[in-house]
Ligand binder design. Structure first.
Ligand code: PMP
Length: 401
């Protein structure tokens, strides 16, 4: 008899489970809008040209080896990642007040940051927006933080519940940690305006809350790396402390390479270097040191003006294709006379549209139209193409009428 006989079967991950169900469906017209990964107009995964070229160079460079890299990752990668999110002329970087460690993509950066805070920060409560990426509560709970929520999304307007957000953060205990999506909020696609960000900043600083930015979509939202980093830079400019978890999964298409970074902006260079020494103690027993390949690709691209420029062009093309899918879907629903206001499809930003469809309508669309998405009605715009938009529009129309 197995010593594991008492185990019950765990449910599939609510997001990754969508793909499991999709793979089992034999229908030739099936459509997977659950997956949070970019697809081409032909529905294929995309490796950026600039990534292919750099990988070729890396392979041909016989001076490279596969020794362990430091606990904190590649030095160049870390320095350039901080520059990418904070800006080349960031005062925090110039003052050496930033410590950056290479981590396992966005998730790993959040986890390392969470464990560091649980160990060393005086307030162990983190506030997450409602809703948020489904993995957030689990990551921070297991890191040892206690998870609370703040209002974020207003179903009635399919926009931001700004008043609710200000009230909830305003009544959070002083010192609490606040998780903020840097841009392209997942799953809602709803971001504060820059004016609203400024009010959020003032509230957070006046209450001595600690901002922890999750930046999983820099450049992917608007098509501009700088524009998407504005909220983070607003907070860095006031001289206060904060954390940022960066992911290169989406904006460089490096999903499976697991490449990301955690930066902690501190008050002084001395504090930053002590913070880094403690981050090493978090990382060493967790996975010892990070992988070399993905970070080498990123460092090579960030280091070279031409490669960087090529990247921004490919990145903008991905963002633009997603934006045009929003317009096409919106137009398709209008032309069918589908009841309801669908303008949120073009107002929301980033990879996802939070359609407002309920679980029952979603399961109807899966059963009758072989269209797969998470049960909260979130669809990945990156999984759509001009060819599949009419299918989706037909399905939504049938689901709501
Ligand atoms: N944060 C958010 C908001 C995300 O949407 C994602 C990816 N779905 C991540 C973090 C982490 O992704 P990864 O670990 O692949 O970088």
């Amino acid at each position: 008899d197995s010593v594991f006989n008492h185990l019950v079967r765990a449910p599939e991950d609510p997001i990754l489970g969508v793909t499991v169900a999709y793979n089992k469906d034999p229908s030739p017209v099936k459509l997977n809008l659950g997956v949070g990964a970019y697809r081409t107009e032909e529905g294929k995964p995309l490796v950026l040209n600039v990534v292919r070229r750099v990988e070729q160079q890396l392979i041909n460079d016989v001076s490279r080896n596969k020794e362990y890299i430091p606990i904190v990752g590649l030095a160049d990668f870390n320095k350039l990642s901080a520059k990418l999110i904070f800006g080349a002329d960031s005062p925090a970087i110039q003052d050496n007040r930033v410590t950056t460690v290479q981590c396992l993509s966005g998730t790993g950066s959040l986890r390392v940051g969470g464990e560091f805070l649980a160990k060393h920060y005086h307030q162990r409560t983190i506030y997450l927006p409602t809703p948020t990426w489904g993995n957030h509560p689990k990551v921070f709970n297991l890191a040892g933080l206690s998870v609370k929520t703040y209002r974020y999304y207003a179903p009635a307007t399919r926009g931001l519940d700004f008043q609710g957000l200000l009230e909830d953060l305003g009544s959070a205990p002083s010192g609490s940690i606040v998780l903020l999506h840097a841009c392209a909020h997942n799953p809602t696609g709803v971001d504060p305006t820059l004016e609203q960000w400024e009010q959020i900043r003032q509230l957070i600083r006046s209450k001595a809350l600690l901002p922890f930015f999750d930046s999983a979509y820099q450049g992917f939202a608007s098509g501009s790396l700088d524009a998407d980093a504005q909220p983070v830079r607003l907070f860095v400019a006031d001289g206060g402390e904060l954390l940022v978890a960066q992911s290169y999964a989406k904006n460089l298409g490096l999903y499976g390479e697991r490449v990301g970074a955690l930066s902690i902006v501190c008050k002084s260079a001395d504090v930053a270097s002590r913070v880094e020494s403690q981050l090493k103690l978090v990382i060493r027993p967790m996975y010892s040191s990070p992988p070399i390949h993905g970070a080498s690709i990123v460092a090579a691209i960030l280091k070279d003006r031409n490669l960087f420029n090529d990247w921004t062009i490919e990145l903008k093309a991905m963002a633009d294709r997603i934006i045009s899918m929003r317009q096409e879907l919106f137009d398709a629903l209008c032309s069918r006379g589908t009841p309801g206001d669908w303008s949120h499809i073009i107002k929301q930003i980033g990879m996802f549209t939070f359609t407002g469809l309920n679980a029952e309508q979603v399961s109807f669309m899966t059963k009758e139209f072989h269209i797969y998405m998470t049960s909260d009605g979130r669809i990945s715009m990156a999984g759509l193409s001009s060819k599949t938009v009419p299918l989706l529009a037909d399905a939504i129309h049938a689901a709501v009428t």
